[in-house]
Design a protein around this ligand. Sequence first.
Ligand code: PMV
Length: 332
Amino acid sequence: MLTAKDAVARILGNRERTISSPAKAFAPSNIALCKYWGKRDQNLNLPNNSSISVSLGSLGTTTKISKNSNDYDEVFLDGVHQADASSFAKRTLDFVDLIRGDFPVNVRIETENNIPTAAGLASSASGFAALLLALNDFFSLNLSKRELSELARMGSGSATRSFYDGFAVWHRGEKVDGSDSFAEQIDCNWPDFRIGVLQLSTKEKPVSSRNGMNNTVEHSILYQSWNEQSVRDYDLIMEAIQKQDFTQLGQAAENNSMAMHATMIACKPMILYWQPESLTAMQQVQALRQQGTEVYFTMDAGPNVKLIFLKESEEEIKEVFPTLQIIAPFVD
Ligand code: PMV
């Protein structure tokens, strides 16, 4: 089995590194409409299925990397120093090591999220994408978008899709070295498309998405059917984007998310990311639809609920969800 180091060596080749300090970059978070849930390769983070997402525009992560005069690395998250043993510092520095190789430099990494970290709002997607963009500048690597998306995958699968505005697709790929598993933008301009983020909890999720998906693949009797469904959902969602058919997109995205959560609920022991407030929000969405307002929801590995709707429904939806943070991915 190939290691992440092998994959990085393949992509970077013998590219020369020249330090440009400090380097700062922003990457948006993204929400999957057709979800990635399950890996075909743990080391390279290769997915069992292709996925489709929409960017959250200005919500995401800004990361600054500077040369550290001390002979050790330091990691700060939202201004707070992270102990080396913390999972955040470890994941960050493991990724830095992959790109740094044996280049002799110590770094200070400062990460700021304008979305809660690890609350199912995909902060790892924007986190690894921003980290890699900053590393790209810091080491003057000149990576293409495709190379960026392939490399970011080694930090977090969903990060592959965080280099693009609007809709993006992450191809499952077939090759064992992962060279055909990358993300690209879907050509679409849909100014009326809206995503609403309903932040119900900022608490750190109890089960990481990595553990959640690995346990589901191993211990859920529903996993195989999910995998088959995700192939059909992918086609439905891709077609809906191309036709700008909102009903088809919303129905397929909501169903895809519920089916993913069903696989987790059927796990032994069960994995349940929902809170009572999540369920209330899902029922409010259903009620709105029954009253004629077209709105759908999607949920990831956390209790927060994201709404999908069109501009024309904004006012009715705000009445039910006054704290909703609305994002216009094609306008903002
Ligand atoms: O990239 P990860 O390991 O954070 O996993 C993301 C999993 C989901 O958010 C639930 C789905 C997705 O495609 O983003």
